[in-house]
Design a protein around this ligand. Structure first.
Ligand code: N2P
Length: 366
């Protein structure tokens, strides 16, 4: 019979061993992604397959994500900046280069999108595509027709950038994205100027245009419009493609008499790419690789696309997409639509300062 001391020692040893093994087993990945950008079932499947728990946080502007990344120690293992922002974050040393040997599912990716990413992340050395899309106009069909007639320019930037139209829409609510990197290029494009212009006078012209319609903008916000459009609280939003499609689906499902539609303005609009990357100081690097590799399997990313209505950069997933989604040229653009789309490179530091100052003026109206 062991002494009481010996028994106590055994008990302590057993408890310690148990605690240590459960600690060792608890694998976690901290993911920071855009809002309205995943089907939760995908995260559950990932945990079921790998045993890794996902701590999932969301943001709705690149600026918010960038602030966290540049101050360091964000605690995130996987983040999803747009390519334009990723490019300068790579320069700032924010990410670790990807070890492709740990990402065999990269073979499923779509060369067409990888090529488009070359200017931002040469050789796709630091990132893999999550999803991509366009920035366009979401609108309430009935309310806009009521105010601007059957001929309402719903597929033209003049709907939101011509003060005469905006004056008539103001009472039913218009939201603009709180994103200078989206709104200034759109305004420049409408003015017939280069959307990527870094010319101070031209950027000033774009800001002046935005200021001219600002009195009729209810809010600058980059995600509230999804619900607001769906329940009829607003009638127009400059928004991201899939987000507006989610409004369309939500209104449809609610059967609330609201009909929402999405348009890519005839003048053209921005095509953007959101990229998964691993911060240099990520606490759970192996788990981050497993997450990226899982998201590059055809099934999870197809499930996500079918749920959020954004196109993805995974070629193998296309056979698993809903027919009406892959055949919709405003989601997977056809040649004619593609010809109207432009991409944007990051601003240099000096231009970024000008843009930040102009945006401050646009949003505060001062
Ligand atoms: C998802 C928005 C992602 C688009 N809600 C921004 N690039």
């Amino acid at each position: 019979m062991p002494s009481i001391i010996a028994r106590l020692a055994i008990a302590i040893a057993t408890t310690t061993a148990l605690t240590m093994s459960s600690l060792a087993e608890e694998r976690v990945v901290n993911v920071y992604n855009w809002s309205d950008y995943i089907d939760e079932a995908v995260l559950e499947d990932f945990t079921a397959e790998t045993g890794i728990r996902v701590v999932y946080d969301v943001f709705d502007t690149n600026e918010l994500l960038e602030t966290k990344l540049l101050s360091g120690g964000s605690g995130y293992d996987v983040v999803v900046p747009s390519a334009e922002f990723l490019a300068r974050q790579i320069q700032a040393g924010v990410f670790q280069p990807l070890d492709k040997a740990k990402l065999p599912n990269i073979a499923n990716m779509w060369d067409k999108i990888e090529e488009k990413l070359e200017p931002y992340d040469p050789g796709n050395a630091y990132s893999v595509n999550y999803m991509w899309g366009t920035t366009g106009i979401g609108y309430n069909v009935e309310k806009v027709t009521e105010r601007l007639g059957e001929e309402a320019p719903v597929d033209n930037w003049s709907l939101v950038f011509d003060p005469a139209n905006m004056e008539k829409l103001a009472d039913c609510g218009v939201h603009f994205l709180d994103a200078p990197s989206e709104m200034l290029p759109a305004a420049l494009n409408y003015l017939g100027l280069n959307p990527g212009s870094t010319d101070q006078a031209e950027l000033q012209q774009a800001a002046d245009l935005l200021l001219s319609v600002r009195p009729h903008v209810q809010k600058f916000h980059s995600s509230e419009y999804v619900q607001a459009l769906a329940n009829g609280d607003i009638c127009v939003a400059i928004g991201f493609s899939g987000d507006v499609f989610q409004s369309i689906a939500a209104a449809d499902e609610a059967d609330n008499g609201v009909t929402v539609a999405y348009s890519i303005p005839t003048q053209g609009t921005q095509l953007w790419f959101d990229q998964m990357a691993i911060p240099a100081d990520a606490p759970n690097v192996e788990e981050a690789y497993e997450f990226l590799n899982f998201m590059m399997k055809p099934e999870p990313i197809a499930t996500a696309t079918n749920y959020v209505y954004y196109a993805n950069g995974n070629k193998a997933s296309q056979a698993l997409l809903e027919e009406d989604l892959i055949n919709d040229p405003t989601i997977y653009p056809d040649a004619e639509t593609e010809a109207k789309l432009f991409t944007k490179l990051p601003y240099d530091q000096r231009t970024q300062r000008v843009v930040t100052r102009l945006w401050q003026r646009v949003t505060t109206g001062s």
